[in-house]
Design a protein around this ligand. Structure first.
Ligand SMILES: Nc1ncnc2c1ncn2[C@@H]1O[C@H](COP(=O)(O)OP(=O)(O)O)[C@@H](O)[C@H]1O
Ligand SMILES: [Mg+2]
Length: 268
């Protein structure tokens, strides 16, 4: 395959939040599938250990996890699970028993990232809520931290504490936000501005804006029916918001605009 990118390395995005239930997994899956539909080679690494639900959102049955590989129950080559062109690797489908399990898992996921580097343009790592070690691991490996903003005082303060924690370690860490459960663009814009005002005041930092997802019956139905919004028929209007987010991710990437590695897709 022709090498079209200026670097052979995939662009890694970690989807993070302070709180749970704010739409991380949903966003990871739909943004990944949007980039895939644009012709990019995309993988999701589900690092929400014990609560891995990307497979569920895609209506897929995963039969090999990174944890099983650690335990010798499957091979590295068994881990990538094809979801109609989008690749899913699941970290573990049950919580680790002790700290050592998590250490082993993170080491193993590092090896998985190395093994996937040749093949993918994008790897989206879905993480557990909060600033646990798996989220920190994911952010450390990523070139972009995709934070979920939701208009709730607790969600905003949790994600603020999370960003503050990271920015204290690395003041230049590239965060970008997706506003979820917003009514419209104006509502999303106001949440984004409010968040940046706090971040600017206390941390002298700002995060860029990727887009918003409306609170919508289509999204609820997509979750219930286990079909990503990107694959719903007839097409949902929410699809264009994921396309907007995907385009902004491409624009947020440093260097030359990344061109798809696999150029066989007819759309776009
Ligand atoms: N924009 C939205 N509109 C309607 N429901 C949503 C929206 N975003 C998320 N949800 C609901 O919230 C639930 C939690 O989303 P999920 O992606 O699993 O969150 P997280 O991964 O952050 O825990 C979903 O199952 C879905 O029912
Ligand atoms: Mg989740």
């Amino acid at each position: 395959m022709t090498q079209l990118t200026d670097t052979n390395q995939p662009f890694i995005i970690a989807t993070v939040s302070g709180k749970g239930g704010v739409g991380k997994s949903l966003t990871s899956v739909n943004v990944a599938d949007t980039l895939h539909k644009m012709g990019y080679a995309v993988a999701i690494l589900d690092a929400d250990i014990g609560m891995s639900n990307c497979a569920t959102l895609l209506n897929e049955q995963v039969d090999a996890t990174v944890m099983q590989w650690v335990n010798g129950a499957c091979g590295l080559e068994d881990l990538p699970h094809d979801c109609d062109g989008l690749t899913l690797v699941t970290g573990a489908d049950e919580p680790g028993q002790n700290e050592r399990d998590y250490e082993l898992l993170m080491e193993a996921m590092d090896q998985v990232l190395v093994a996937m580097a040749e093949e993918f343009d994008f790897i989206i790592i879905d993480t557990p809520a909060g600033s646990g070690e798996l989220s920190l691991w994911a952010l450390d490996r990523a070139q972009l931290g995709m934070i979920m903003l939701v208009n709730e005082p607790t969600a905003i303060s949790d994600v603020y504490r999370f960003c503050k924690y990271i920015l204290n370690i690395d003041p230049t860490y590239p965060f970008a936000s997706v506003v979820n459960f917003s009514e419209d663009e104006a509502g999303a814009d106001s949440i984004q501005k409010r968040f940046n005002t706090i971040l600017q005041y206390f941390m002298k930092q700002e995060v860029s804006y990727l887009g918003f997802i409306p609170a919508s019956d289509d999204v609820r139905m997509s979750v219930t029916k286990q079909i990503p919004v990107t694959r719903m028929q007839p097409e949902s209007p929410v699809l264009k918001e994921f396309e907007f987010i995907a385009h902004n991710i491409l624009n947020a990437m440093p260097g030359e605009k990344k061109l798809p590695r696999q150029r066989t897709m007819s759309h776009e």
